[in-house]
Design a protein around this ligand. Structure first.
Ligand code: THU
Length: 163
């Protein structure tokens, strides 16, 4: 028996002004996308922006439904529309942010488990890490080098692709 350890490092910035221009631009797109959320049930508006390898930026926002599980998170709305519009092009980065109509969102917004799994699929597809940029409405910004860091030991079965 051997004990294994998993650790990862990420960067924490005091404000978005400290980011590189490319990360700041993507986060600004995500912040604008917040306004397009359809979230009459949670009143929590999430915006996501995806940068593709061809330079295209595609945004998305959470889309809720009165049959709750039928809604979709902002990250997957952005990611799936980016991939559908750019087949074969790698996803380079995703920025995620949110605003609530009920409380100030002061901590960085981190993606839910299903979105982590969806993002990691596109890393596997292109064999390239996807940079992750996270922020609340205000406060600190986190940048993470790839989704493997947020979803260690993720489900991966290349054999499923063999048919
Ligand atoms: N939501 C996202 O859009 N992304 C996440 O990563 C977590 C949650 C949405 C789903 C729902 O519309 C609202 O936020 C509250 O959970």
């Amino acid at each position: 028996m051997e004990q294994k350890h998993h650790a990862f490092s990420y960067l924490e910035y005091d404000s978005m002004e400290e980011l590189s221009s490319s990360d700041r631009e993507l986060l600004e797109f995500a912040k604008k996308a917040v306004d397009t959320a359809y979230s009459p049930y949670s009143h929590y508006k999430v915006g996501a922006a995806v940068r593709m390898g061809n330079g295209q930026i595609v945004t998305g926002s959470n889309q809720e439904n009165m049959a709750f599980p039928s809604g979709l998170c902002a990250e997957r709305v952005a990611l799936f529309s980016a991939a559908a519009a750019n087949p074969g092009i790698p996803v380079k980065a995703i920025a995620i942010t949110a605003r609530s109509l009920q409380f100030p969102v002061t901590n960085p917004v981190t993606p839910c488990g299903s979105c982590r799994q969806a993002i990691i699929e596109y890393e596997m597809l292109s064999r390239e890490k996807i940079r992750i940029i996270l922020m609340g409405e205000t406060g600190k910004v986190l940048t993470i080098g790839g989704m493997e860091d947020l979803l260690p030991l993720s489900f991966k079965e290349e054999g499923l692709k063999k048919l």
